[in-house]
Design a protein around this ligand. Structure first.
Ligand SMILES: [Zn+2]
Length: 405
């Protein structure tokens, strides 16, 4: 089943890479003196390419998730088998110890048997001698006993003595025979146990060998899946680079167009006027880190999910996760080299390349990235320089100290 999946997966990978290579990754060159129409068509074609790339990124992401899930499942199966092998090893060594202790018992019994057999042989010799002494003379030999005795009590004692000794010998012999027989029986039982235990060990060994083969197969699958994963991650990095290229192309095309049409900028978070951290140097510690330094934005606290609006007309040039601390971030290009940034969002309602109007909802307040609470981090940038937003926008959108338009 795993093998079939790998084959199927390899097919999917080929399809994914094929699509990737057939896609033209790098943006078309921009002509030096383009008309606005040319620029528009270039922007639109770059956006289409970017949209195509986004689809491939999503497919790749799914493939990566599938590969990882499969790898995790395979790792779990491998761990399970390792546990089984471990407990079989324990069982095998317990059985081997048991077999060895039974072997010790058997040796003890064997020496006990030879001791008893020697005992038996010695007693048997004595017994035979005594019986021979008694019966060589026949039944009448009692007369000799009588005649050679000096008194009746002596006769009586001799007869009694003789028969008591013989009886004793017989009883001893029969006890010895019984004891030997009993030990032999015990020994046979123990030998049966040994051979049963040995069979069990062999059975366990063969199951264990099968499990070890399975373990090796799983290890091979895991390393194959790890290679697939690494390959997908490499593609992902290529896609990310291509995405960045498309975005820069769109940005530079927009710069050429000077499309700014907004009439001033508005407060990006209607209904929330309190600024918890203004533009400028600040001392800031949280989570054990020192974030002190220039704050090139204003922080406007609001509950998670509060709608954020575009501060002015423009085109979305970034909408997604950034690793620089902003979390989920939106950047809007307003033309005239002015852009606004919106950081730490809980979710995003626009896509890259989308035209937005002043006041359109573009996303929602959150605390993604480096943030200690729900707030909007709002930034205005002109010609690459961050401006103090509070000089240009006011919470009630009344005229501000300075104007951007
Ligand atoms: Zn901030």
């Amino acid at each position: 089943m795993q093998r079939r999946y790998l084959v199927k997966k390899a097919g999917t990978l080929l399809v994914a890479f094929g699509l990737f290579f057939s896609l033209s990754v790098f943006p078309e060159p921009i002509s030096s003196e383009p008309s606005d129409n040319d620029i528009d068509s270039q922007i639109s074609s770059t956006r289409n390419q970017l949209a195509g790339l986004k689809d491939k990124q999503a497919e790749l992401q799914l493939e990566l998730e599938r590969t990882r899930a499969d790898k995790n499942a395979t790792l779990e199966s491998k761990q399970l088998i390792e546990q089984q092998i471990h407990s079989m090893n324990n069982e095998i060594s317990a059985l081997n110890e048991y077999i060895s202790s039974l072997g010790d018992n058997v040796s003890e019994m064997e020496s006990e048997i030879s001791r008893l057999e020697e005992d038996y042989a010695a007693n048997y010799e004595k017994y035979k001698a005594r019986v021979r002494a008694m019966y060589e003379r026949g039944e009448v030999s009692y007369l000799e006993v009588i005649l050679s005795s000096k008194s009746f009590s002596e006769i009586f004692n001799r007869i009694q003595y003789t028969s008591a000794v013989v009886a004793y010998d017989q009883r001893l012999m029969s006890e010895l025979t019984g004891a030997i027989e009993k030990i032999r029986q015990n020994k046979a039982d123990i030998e049966t146990s040994i051979s049963e235990s040995e069979d069990a060990v062999h059975e366990l060994q063969s199951v264990k060998n099968q499990q070890q083969e399975k373990q090796n197969e799983l290890e091979a699958e895991i390393s194959q899946l790890s290679e697939d994963e690494a390959e997908l991650l490499r593609k992902e990095a290529e896609f990310d680079r291509a995405e960045y290229e498309y975005m820069s192309t769109i940005n530079s095309l927009l710069d050429k167009k000077k499309v700014y049409s907004g009439e001033g900028f508005i407060w990006p978070l209607p209904g929330y006027s309190y600024v918890s951290s203004p533009f400028g140097y600040r001392r800031l510690f949280f989570n054990g880190h020192d974030y002190s330094g220039m704050h090139y934005a204003i922080d406007i606290p609001a509950p998670a999910g509060t709608p954020i609006v575009a501060s002015s007309d423009g085109v979305v040039v970034l909408a997604g996760w950034v690793t620089t601390g902003g979390g989920l971030k939106i950047a809007i290009d307003h033309g005239s080299s002015i852009s606004t940034n919106y950081n730490h969002l809980s979710s995003i309602a626009v896509y890259v390349g989308q035209s937005v109007k002043k006041g359109d909802v573009i996303g929602y307040v959150g605390m993604t990235g480096t943030a200690s609470g729900n707030h909007l981090d709002f930034k205005i940038i002109r010609n690459g320089e961050a401006l103090d937003p509070q000089l240009y926008v006011t919470p009630d959108n009344s005229p501000a100290e300075k104007s951007l338009s």
